[in-house]
Design a protein around this ligand. Structure first.
Ligand code: PLZ
Length: 455
């Protein structure tokens, strides 16, 4: 990896208890002004962020193992991204691509078409958020197939707008009370080797068997000819960093293609180098018809995309896709700089190295702690699922306690999972080896303390 210029000292440094006095004052203002429904994981307020650190308003420097949920892969103030944004902002902030088009939108589309899996002709449309990309992918699939049903999976997460919630699996906190949801959404079991991967005789279900189970349900309960799209995260993110058994995704993709069903890979969390490749779909050689991206794509600026087969995207009548801000020029400038940094710094290679470090250390720890059910993931998308000792029952209190203990020591780690019992590690891909090692040591101490009943 070529050298990364950091702006802030890459160190863990606590100068107050967390939260410090300035954060406490901001929390008081917040509760009188900000809707309660919008939560925050951290009790501290951010002043700056760079590389692998978040600096809070009281001067505490925290090790970031979350990247703002897999967004700041190139760092939260990567100099190349900052320069591109500054330069674009000074020229124009907005024209609306539907009114006055500009080159950077076209260049982002060209880049994504070249990077997305498959050698076929592709097109891209840009939007703002992940949820919006998912909504549009489903719109496109329904339009081109003339069918209505959408198949989603257990443990899926696809966003917070109405259709995105319909395809999302988890009730609390996402769905409860917010219905009714978009119709014609059907949910089938995924491949979750730790939990849903057993045959009746207790033997592990292969990926092909898990796919057969899902396909059987689709064919008998919906009917293949009614299905417009099969929507899946190649590794489920919010649902618990669930890596399906090998063969599951290829078998689903094969079935979809044989039935004229549009296969949509939601790579919003897994895409853009996070798993050690541009797209997680590449690990098993699947070629989705449509791919959604967002998060890390634009280095923290809001930008999302639907990329896919030219004949699908070009089937939509002119004016059928769009939005005021979709493909905003500042976000596009940030995306071009971000993609260039990902290439120049070989962040896929870096994600593989980070992943090897994380899984190596956590697997060693797991062998000694019966509260760890499994360490899993791909590349720099690694998780630890915590269970009740001696059982497989999810252990959300242990996950919460370990994350809280790590935070008290200055390390930010996030939880996920349908039961909230999974600790996920998504460090910025530009984090230094030293800082990553320090962050992992803190997390290991926290897990040991929890396992010993002391945190
Ligand atoms: N698809 C696979 O991971 C966003 C959600 C945070 P938006 N994940 C973080 C929260 O609690 O709101 C996500 C995702 C996958 C879609 C989305 C949605 O992306 O940009 O948050 O809309």
């Amino acid at each position: 990896m070529s050298a990364i210029a950091y702006r802030l000292p890459q160190e863990r440094r606590l100068v107050t208890a967390l939260p410090g006095p300035r954060s406490i004052a901001l929390a008081a203002r917040r509760s009188a002004a900000v809707a309660l429904g919008v939560g925050s994981s951290l009790p501290v307020y951010v002043a700056e962020a760079d590389g692998g650190v978040i600096l809070d308003v009281d001067g505490n420097s925290l090790v970031d193992l979350g990247s703002g949920i897999a967004v700041t892969s190139v760092g939260a103030s990567n100099p190349a991204v900052v320069a591109a944004v500054r330069e674009q902002v000074a020229r124009f902030t907005h024209t609306c691509f539907m009114i006055g088009p500009y080159e950077s939108y076209v260049a982002v589309a060209e880049a994504l078409n070249a990077l997305a899996p498959g050698a076929h002709e592709k097109r891209t449309a840009l939007f703002n958020s992940g949820a919006e990309a998912v909504e549009n992918a489903v719109k496109i699939a329904r339009y081109v197939t003339g069918r209505s049903a959408v198949v989603a999976f257990e443990h899926a997460y696809h966003g917070r707008t109405n259709l995105a919630l319909a395809v999302t699996s988890k009730a609390m906190p996402y769905k409860s009370g917010f219905g009714p949801f978009a119709p014609e959404v059907y949910r089938v079991p995924t491949s979750y080797p730790l939990r849903e991967g057993r045959n009746a005789d207790g033997s592990p279900m292969t990926g092909a068997q898990a796919a057969e189970r899902a396909i059987g349900l689709i064919e008998t309960q919906i009917g293949a000819s009614r299905v417009a799209a099969l929507l899946i995260e190649p590794i489920q993110g919010e649902g618990g960093f669930i890596v399906p058994a090998e063969g599951f995704l290829p078998e689903l993709a094969r079935w979809a293609s044989s039935k004229g069903v549009v296969f949509i890979a939601d790579e919003i969390q897994t895409g853009m180098c996070r798993t050690g490749a541009w797209f997680a779909s590449e690990h098993e050689g699947i070629v989705p018809d449509l791919v959604t991206t967002a998060k890390a794509l634009a280095g923290g600026m809001p930008l999302s995309a639907v990329t896919g087969r030219a004949e699908l995207l070009d089937a939509i009548h002119p004016g059928g896709l769009g939005g005021t801000y979709g493909g905003n020029p500042v976000a596009c400038a940030a995306a071009l700089a971000t993609l260039e940094q990902m290439r120049a710094l070989d962040l896929s290679g870096r994600a593989r190295a980070i992943g090897a470090t994380m899984s190596g250390r956590l697997n060693a720890l797991a062998a000694a702690l019966d509260v760890v059910g499994e360490v899993r993931g791909r590349g720099a998308m690694t998780a630890i699922e915590l269970v009740e000792p001696g059982a497989l029952r999810p252990n959300p209190p242990a996950a919460r306690a370990a994350v809280a203990a790590a935070l008290r020591a200055g390390v930010v780690a996030l939880t996920c999972g349908t039961h909230g019992n999974v600790i996920r590690l998504l460090p910025p891909l530009v984090i230094s080896d030293e800082l990553l090692a320090d962050g992992l040591s803190v997390l290991e101490d926290a897990l040991r303390a929890v396992a010993a009943g002391g945190a």
